[in-house]
Design a protein. Structure first.
Lengths: 168, 91
């Protein structure tokens, strides 16, 4: 991997990290949407610098979709019932997870191999998705379909109060 | 300056832990839900890194394929969560 790819990787990783931190601490729908978009741009840059351009494009599109969903101004604010102590325990658990994963990354023994693919391998990834692992692709398509149908039903169920009263 | 599998896995670990932190720390449900794409992206970075640096040990594009599926599943999860939260009713 040459220096340009390495610089792209580290800059993208920094962008993804900063976007994730902003996502954790910013308030407001628009701010969270922008932070999620910046995070998605960083992750797409990481994928592109690792010669996974097709995955980068898909991740960028999905992140923009997530950002647009989160940035919507009209969804309801639902507060969780968990107390502050449990949230702090969860945050400490996330820190422990980071320590454990980082330790596994540093201490793990990995095989060295040569990489032969080019940066844009859309055809081969598509061949894997639709020929070799078609069942997994169909399972994810089923999950997406169920999520979209559930979201549509749940979104339609909640109506403004004045509209409900006006129909009676 | 170079990138190794260890640095890729370290970035993946950071993203996964950051997503877990967001899901645990945010009080609002839809804000906590934004930790799901972050966690999935961390897992996807690990898959792509292993596919990039360990290509000879298995199918070279399997990691990229899993990353694509994880991104789509994350989008579906966020869409379902925002839909379940429902619209703000006007009073």
């Amino acid at each position: 991997m040459d220096s340009l790819h390495a610089i792209g990787f580290y800059v993208s990783a920094a962008l993804a990290g900063v976007g994730g931190i902003f996502l954790a601490f910013l308030h407001g729908h628009w701010h969270r949407g922008l932070a999620l978009g910046a995070f998605g741009l960083g992750v797409a840059g990481i994928y592109a610098s690792l010669s996974a351009a097709f995955a980068a494009i898909v991740v960028l599109v999905c992140s923009v979709g997530c950002a647009l969903l989160v940035a919507r101004p009209d969804y309801r604010t639902v507060e969780q019932a968990a107390a502050g102590l449990w949230r702090q325990i969860g945050a400490v658990g996330a820190a422990l997870l980071l320590v454990a994963l980082a330790y596994a990354a540093f201490r793990g023994r990995f095989a060295h191999a040569t990489f032969y693919d080019g940066p844009f391998n859309t055809m081969t990834v598509a061949r894997l998705l639709f020929a070799h692992d078609a069942l997994a692709t169909e399972a994810v398509a089923g999950v997406v379909l169920a999520a979209l149908v559930g979201a549509a039903i749940a979104w339609r169920r909640e109506r403004p109060r004045d509209e409900r009263e006006g129909r009676r | 300056m170079t990138v190794t599998l260890v640095s890729v896995l370290f970035v993946a670990a950071g993203l996964t832990a950051l997503g877990a932190f967001i899901a645990a720390w945010k009080r609002e449900l839809t804000a906590a839900l934004t930790g799901v794409p972050v966690m999935f992206a961390g897992a996807g970075v690990a898959f792509v890194g292993v596919a990039r640096f360990g290509a000879a040990s298995g199918a070279p594009l399997l990691g990229q394929e899993v990353a694509v599926l994880l991104a789509i599943a994350a989008l579906a999860a966020v869409g379902l969560g925002v839909g379940l939260a429902g619209r703000e009713s006007s009073r």
